[in-house]
Design a protein around this ligand. Structure first.
Ligand SMILES: Nc1ncnc2c1ncn2[C@@H]1O[C@H](COP(=O)(O)OP(=O)(O)OP(=O)(O)O)[C@@H](O)[C@H]1O
Length: 254
């Protein structure tokens, strides 16, 4: 699905991602782990085209997307969630989703002024997609609640729904379980499995090792910007380089 070849980005003298090659496998849960400052978020910024690499290539389904803009790669089906979810707190959950989806549809100012049939049709589709996405993440019951009044876990699910409403094929999740308790984390892991069972490919960054080890099909380990290991959870757990990297950091054991 997404092929990454020799990807490097330098900030001044620092190679935040250094010569990383990997494949994000279709229909799988691909995880990226590594100690603080390992380059995980920078790697996400590269594959969602927020940053342009210093060198290397990114190929999505056979097409070189390395120099595309974020909105262009999003239109090709790459959606992303962030560590914190920005919502319009004074608007309802459903309206947040509709706005999120409208940002990607085609009507222009003229359509709005004329209340064109294209605009009305797009609005109908947006509303339908927003409701479907809310239903998928099990939040239909809070559709009309103000976003400022929902829980942290519900915000995480809304972030998933926002991404899903854009019909992605690849979903990049940045620390989806950050700030959640163990029970909520299990619920979110279940939702990620459900997305994959519906044909999505997932790539996630996560610090919660229990979650990653039980959820991921494949794990890429970064340390100081470099790939130090790649494999199944069992392979990663037994890898001496990974154990070394984590013993030298302040993270919980793997
Ligand atoms: N825009 C930037 N300019 C300069 N340095 C940067 C920039 N973005 C990231 N870095 C540096 O690149 C390195 C990797 O940072 P990154 O945020 O990708 O790590 P991370 O693995 O996501 O860390 P964490 O787990 O703490 O979120 C760090 O040393 C960071 O300071």
């Amino acid at each position: 699905m997404l092929k990454i070849d020799h990807l490097t980005i330098r900030f001044g003298g620092l190679a935040a991602v250094n010569d990383v090659s990997t494949i994000i496998e279709e229909g799988k849960i691909n995880a990226i782990i590594g100690p603080n400052g390992a380059g995980k978020t920078t790697f996400f910024n590269l594959i969602s085209c927020v940053y342009k690499p210093t060198s290397g290539t990114i190929t999505l389904d056979g097409r070189d997307v390395t120099s595309l803009r974020t909105d262009q790669v999003a239109r090709l089906g790459v959606a992303r969630t962030f560590q914190t979810t920005s919502l319009f707190n004074g608007a309802t959950v459903l309206d947040n989703l509709i706005v999120g989806h409208r940002l990607r549809t085609r009507s222009g100012l003229l359509d709005v002024l004329c209340n064109s049939s294209r605009l009305r049709e797009e609005e109908r589709i947006c509303r339908e997609k927003a409701r479907d996405a809310l239903d998928f993440v099990s939040l239909s019951h809070i559709a009309n609640r103000l976003a400022g009044d929902i829980t942290q876990e519900e915000r995480k699910r809304v972030a998933f729904a926002l991404a899903l409403a854009t019909d992605p094929k690849l979903l990049l999740l940045d620390e989806p379980a950050g700030g959640l308790n163990p029970e909520e984390t299990l619920g979110l892991a279940e939702l990620i499995r459900k997305m994959v069972s519906h044909g999505l490919t997932v790539c996630l960054i996560e610090h919660k090792m229990n979650m990653i080890m039980s959820l991921a099909d494949k794990i890429l380990v970064l340390n100081y910007g470099e790939k130090i290991a790649e494999g199944t959870p069992a392979e990663i757990r037994a890898n001496p380089a990974v154990i070394d990297a984590y013993l030298g950091s302040d993270h919980a054991g793997i």
